[in-house]
Design a binder for this molecule. Structure first.
Ligand code: 5GP
Ligand code: ZN
Length: 115
């Protein structure tokens, strides 16, 4: 937990968010500025800056993020239609919050290539 990190504070409950999943390792909450009918951010409780910082020792955690996203997509009835999972890394990746997160975007047809 890093006091000045927005997602650490949301995970700790000191900044409110619409939480859709919470366990000892992973928290998921609705994006404040949704880009699709379902837009959920899946984050580790541990403060990791981005996917660029993940180590092999954190393979389990990365797997957990994917499985939580999968299960939320299921809960929201989006599995059959499909969805997009994105993690932005650094400046060129368009990352604005420096705490690792997976975007789960669903409920509309996504375009490719991304902007
Ligand atoms: P990034 O640009 O780093 O990939 O994604 C950060 C996301 O966090 C953005 O989609 C943005 O809308 C979302 N976000 C920023 N501040 C807040 C907040 O205070 N609460 C919630 N729920 N989402 C936020
Ligand atoms: Zn953090």
């Amino acid at each position: 937990m890093t006091d000045d990190c927005l997602f650490c504070r949301i995970a700790a409950g000191t900044i409110p968010a619409t939480i859709v999943h919470s366990d000892d390792e992973v928290v998921a909450f609705r994006d404040i500025n949704p880009q699709a009918p379902t837009h959920v951010l899946v984050v580790p409780r541990e403060h990791i800056v981005s996917a660029a910082e993940l180590t092999p020792a954190q393979d389990h955690l990365w797997g957990r993020l994917l499985h939580v996203a999968q299960s939320i997509a299921d809960d929201e009835g989006q599995t059959d239609a499909g969805y997009r999972l994105v993690t932005n890394v650094g400046r060129n990746g368009g990352q604005t919050v420096p705490h690792l997160h997976l975007h789960l975007l669903a409920g509309r047809r996504m375009t490719w290539p991304p902007g």
